[in-house]
Structures are given as C-alpha cells and as structure tokens.
Design a binder for this molecule. Structure first.
Ligand code: PLP
Ligand code: MN
Length: 374
C-alpha cells in the first residue's frame, strides 16, 4: 500500500500530517480522533457490560484503519454489507468478517469463498437456493463458508418468515460439505432511526417476539446456535437487555450524524464533519460554500453547521452549499465544519478521512472500500 506521504498534496490527498485544520483543503471529511475514540470505548463498554460481543459495521466507515481501532478496543470482528467491502478489509489484514447480507451472484460467492481460505468469513442466507449457491462456491474454491440464517424480525426486508423455514435452512447447511451453520442474523433496520424512544423499544420487543420461537425451534431440533447477531446504534440497548442476542452490529456510533443525534440524543459524540470553505458571499445574508451533493449525502436531511450560531445550510447543489448568514459572519476564505445528515453515504463520497487531534492533522485514513458496492 502506498504511504499517504508519497502522495501529492492537493491532487491525491487533501492534507498532510502536522497541518492545522485551517490548512486542510476543502471540501474534506474530517474526524475528531479523541471523540471517535471515546465513542469506541463507550460502545465496547456497553457490549462488555451486557456480556455480548461487538462486531461493528464496516459499511459505515469502509476503512481498515478504523476497523483495526475497533478491534483494538475489543471488537470480535467486523460486519460488512458487500463482498467487495469484505475483500478490502481482509486484504488490509482484518481477518474476521461477516457479510451481513444475502449474496447470490456465483462470481461473488466464489470470491468470498477464496477469501475464506485465509480469513474467517460468514454470510447470510434466507432460502435453500442461497445455501446451494454458497455450497457450490465453497466446493469450487475448496474453502469453508460460515452461514447465518437471516430471520425477518420486522424490518420487512430479507429473512425467513417462520421458525420452520429457519430450522430447515440450518439443517441443510449442516448437511452441506464446506458450509458451517454459524447462527442467526436478526437485524431490525427499520427500527434504528425511529425518532421516538418508546417506539424503538416496542419495535425491538416485537423483534424479540419473532426471534424467540426461532431459537426455541432450533433447540428443539437439537441444532446448536452459537451466535445471534443484530442491532444498530438506535436500538442496541434493547437487544442487549433481551438476553436473546449475543452480538451487536452497531456502525454509526463511531462517527455519528445529525439524523441519529436527533433520534437518540447526545450519548455518542459527533466525531465526523465535512470541512467546507466559503467561496463567496455575494449579497448580504448569503454565503456559498464548496460542499454540495458530491461531498455530503442529504437523504436524511441537510447538514447542520457546527459551532457558528445563526448560520444555516439551506440548499445543496452538485458543488455548492447555500448558507443563510443573517448576521454576516462569514467571508470568502473562511472554513467551517458541517455535521452530515447521514454518515454512511457521506463517507462513501470521499477517498480520505482527515484525522484531527488538538487542531492538527494526525493522520490520513484511507476509505479503502469506497465505491465497493458489488
Ligand atoms: N447491521 C446491519 C445488517 C445493517 O444494515 C446496519 C446499518 O444499516 C447496521 C447493522 C448498523 O447500523 P447503525 O449504523 O444504525 O448502527
Ligand atoms: Mn446508515
């Protein structure tokens, strides 16, 4: 891997270690490393206190360096959503990955099976064809794949609907050479960002009510289920309290975003920002910055302006952000931090995360799995 030091500042990279924050080229993704580390410690403590494993979701950061920090804080491995993401992590030395998703393209199952020759690799299935396809790939590549049966616990997305289906798939996996039954995937995606705490709690109570008979049916069939994995930043306390889940998959807690803080409050600190520069202040009350849709995801709302009162990010176009600035505080050349609405798709727009500590650039963090979506 090429060291960032040999890369061209201003073309390949937006910063160099030792620079001040004001010297970072904009727009750039910046990470407050101290806040990030406090978030990692807090979530690991929560998992430890519940006697659970933490397998943070790497789809959020797509960065092997961040995954290594999470492992150093005590995580058991990482999740990713796509085979190409898993490859980016394993190539960088992260050797325990769960693709928390169904995979059906034979060529991608072959790649995953090849990866499993040098790492612990798991994926999800929710139908017999998925088990067959995984077994075929494992056979072709002379590898072992770990399979989790995904149960739909209320998100209405992937996953089997009944305990009988779950048992039948687990059975089929156990009888397939090259496959191991690794447990149950039970993630309630639709519950995570619900704005009301009581509604999130109810959603996980109902997820637990769907999960319980599945675990009972496996037990009755004499099938050991070593792992029950799921949960995200919005609901993990409820999965932890249920006694049913064994592993947490939270992702956003490490960086956070405006939408999550609106929903769950300030327990985890905002560590990720888009640093933007003011390009123009053409009329009183309006400033224009250099971070638009190509550096910020707006699916969960426009970004918030951090640290400056009365300035509001009001509109995003491809390369511009329009700011209302009634007190005329901003002038061209100023830099300010924006809090993205949604961290995952924002990170995927950037090649680098600039790690900051005490106002200085400490390191450049490569978003190695950026754009790895297949
Ligand atoms: N697990 C799965 C399967 C997910 O799809 C996601 C995110 O969408 C997560 C865990 C992590 O969730 P969050 O970023 O809300 O913590
Ligand atoms: Mn997300």
């Amino acid at each position: 891997v090429t060291s960032p030091d040999t890369l061209d500042f201003g073309f390949d990279v937006p910063a160099r270690p030792g620079m001040t924050e004001a010297e970072v080229l904009t727009p750039a993704l910046v990470l407050d490393l101290a806040a990030f580390e406090r978030n990692l410690g807090k979530m690991q403590d929560r998992a430890d206190a519940a006697g659970m494993k933490l397998r943070p979701h790497g789809k959020m950061h797509k960065s092997p360096w961040v995954a290594e920090r999470q492992l150093a804080f005590g995580a058991t491995g990482i999740c990713c959503q796509k085979v190409s993401e898993a490859e980016a992590f394993v190539r960088a030395g992260v050797l325990d990955v769960l693709v928390s998703n169904e995979v059906r393209q034979p060529a991608m199952l072959d790649r995953l099976a090849r990866l499993a020759r040098g790492a612990k690799v798991a994926l999800c299935v929710d139908d017999p064809g998925g088990v067959e396809a995984a077994a075929t790939a494992a056979f072709r590549q002379d590898a072992t794949l770990r399979l989790l049966v995904e149960v739909d616990v209320g998100a209405g997305r992937c996953g089997v609907q009944t305990p009988d289906e779950a048992v039948a798939l687990a059975d089929m996996i156990r009888q397939s050479e090259g496959l191991r039954f690794a447990g149950i995937q039970a993630y309630h995606g639709a519950a995570q960002h619900l704005p009301d705490a009581a509604t999130r709690k109810e959603a996980i109570a109902s997820a637990a009510a769907r999960l319980k008979p599945v675990l009972a049916a496996l037990k009755a069939a004499g099938i050991p289920c070593p792992v029950v994995t799921g949960a995200g930043t919005g609901t993990f306390a409820h999965e932890a309290a249920s006694g049913l889940w064994t592993e947490l998959q939270c992702g956003s807690y490490a960086f956070m975003d405006a939408d999550y803080t609106r929903a769950i409050g300030p327990e985890f600190e905002q560590a990720l920002f888009v640093l933007t520069g003011v390009m123009s202040a053409p009329v009183p009350g309006r400033a224009v910055c250099d971070a638009g849709l190509k550096s910020l995801a707006v699916d969960s709302g426009l970004p918030l302006v951090s640290g400056v009162e009365c300035v509001v990010y009001e509109g995003a176009s491809d390369e511009h952000g329009t700011l209302s600035d009634p007190a005329r505080q901003l002038k061209p050349g100023d830099k300010l931090r924006l809090i993205p609405g949604h961290c995952d798709p924002t990170v995927n727009l950037h090649d680098w995360i600039v790690g900051l500590r005490r106002g200085k650039v400490e390191r450049l963090i490569r978003v190695a799995a950026r754009g790895k979506s297949w």
